[in-house]
Design a protein around this ligand. Structure first.
Ligand code: 17E
Ligand code: FE2
Length: 426
């Protein structure tokens, strides 16, 4: 490397890796890319930051969110039962008054909120069961407008089902022509089991015809008879599309009897499909028809992870008809997974961190652009933490967000001062 002045130099970074121990290094950034990583770099830069051995990680990946409904909680009314189905009813009313401006403004506000907390890659569902496709058109414009600082993938998601008697099947295909990245579905909410199966076959056909990824809302219900994951897995196996396919939610997997679940886990090992769990939302939406004991309503995250399937985690919602809380902080999601999925062992806590970073990148199929490595685009975050466990336990502040080689956000961690009596004062 020459004596050229760098754009940005991060000194004394505690850089974490997916499969190797952390190391303390300097990271050099030039023209949007990482150009060198070494224990000590002798160069100068326009901006030099001393990271003081705090943790540096690739950015968070939000692998599942509904940006079209974000920030609409209470409009036109609050979800009083807390169920998925009341949420769908409320959204059906709210979506009648969508405008492109309304969708864009809320989506961009949510993306900024997430980016300031370290999220630089997002997959959002866009409801395409609304005849003017406003949500979809709005999010496609957003994808373009934000691309210099965050990567957004858009999924064509037929919230009311593909075969509900309206023109939703045509709307799905129109969404593909308009340029969505991913084809979605909701087989458990189709009118019949047969329609659910048919919708999955149609999704695979469309994905192949237009060369797109697949991400299906699959079995998001406590019904232990909701068995569309096996259909998704069979289609993935037969088309050899596994790595391009994602099953989101799969909460019924938490209710299946073990005899069936073990058989299914075996089948799943034959195809590398991705799983997304949304523990913040599903711990509140599911189990609503139960008395006690009350189910958790979250998929078998630990078992899927243990057998090597790719599992990532998402918010699903930030302040919308399904969930009125949330700030877009991925460490809240990881923390909830640690609790709900009982992943409290040391490697399990680390795995939950990996599910909001590397595993999310794998789900989004963007591994070529992702990671703190020489030659890759300079996207990384600095946390006020020493390691993954510390970051999740304290929901650590993301101090610096570097996106495309530039400083995108800086947050000072809280610094509480003790003002009460102290023993030494006598
Ligand atoms: N729509 C759906 O079907 N399921 C969800 N969890 C959300 C929207 C948030
Ligand atoms: Fe969802």
């Amino acid at each position: 490397m020459s004596s050229q002045v760098l754009d940005l130099l991060l000194r004394r970074c505690r850089l974490i890796h997916l499969d190797q121990p952390a190391e303390t290094v300097d990271i050099a950034i030039q023209a949007g890319r990482i150009v060198a990583i070494a224990p000590h770099l002798d160069q100068s830069a326009q901006l030099e930051l001393d990271i003081q051995e705090q943790m540096v990680s690739p950015p968070f990946v939000e692998s599942h969110i509904h940006l079209d409904s974000a920030l609409t909680a209470g409009e036109p009314r609050w979800n009083q039962s807390g169920t998925l189905f009341e949420g769908i009813e409320i959204w059906r009313d709210r979506k009648q008054s969508l405008t492109i401006k309304d969708v864009k403004q809320r989506a961009i506000a949510t993306l900024k909120q997430q980016a300031m907390q370290g999220v630089l890659f997002v997959r959002s569902h866009a409801d395409v069961s609304e005849q003017n496709l406003i949500a979809l058109k709005g999010l496609l414009e957003v994808r373009e407008e934000v691309k210099d600082w965050i990567t957004l993938q858009v999924v064509a998601f037929p919230q009311d089902g593909v075969y509900d008697g309206s023109k939703n099947e045509e709307l799905m295909e129109e969404a593909l022509r308009l340029g969505v990245d991913v084809v979605g579905g909701i087989p458990h909410y189709e009118l019949t089991r047969e329609d659910g199966v048919r919708s999955i076959h149609r999704i695979f056909e469309l994905a192949q015809k237009y060369d797109r990824l697949i991400d299906i809302h699959c079995d998001e219900i406590d019904d232990d008879q909701s068995r569309f994951l096996e259909v998704v897995a069979a289609c993935a196996l037969r088309t050899d599309m596994g790595a391009r396919v994602t099953a989101s939610h799969t909460t019924a997997f938490g209710s299946y009897n073990n005899a069936y679940a073990f058989k299914l886990l075996g089948f799943l090992q034959r195809t590398p499909i991705n799983f997304i769990a949304n523990p913040l939302i599903n711990i509140t939406l599911q189990g609503r028809a139960d008395t006690y004991p009350k189910r958790r309503g979250v998929t078998r995250v630990k078992e899927l992870w243990q057998q090597g399937q790719n599992v990532s985690l998402g918010h699903d919602c930030v302040q919308d008809p399904w969930y009125s809380l949330g700030t877009g902080n991925m460490l809240d999601v990881a923390s909830m997974a640690v609790h709900v999925c009982q992943m409290t062992g040391t490697p399990e806590i680390d795995a939950c961190y990996n599910m909001i970073t590397w595993h999310g990148a794998k789900t989004l199929h963007i591994e070529d652009q992702y990671g703190v490595e020489v030659g890759k685009p300079a996207n990384l975050i600095v946390l006020d933490a020493g390691d993954r466990y510390d970051a999740i336990r304290r929901r650590a502040t993301v101090r610096y967000v570097i996106s495309r080689g530039k400083l995108l956000a800086h947050t000072e961690p809280p610094n509480p001062q003790w003002k009460g009596e102290s023993k030494d004062e006598g």
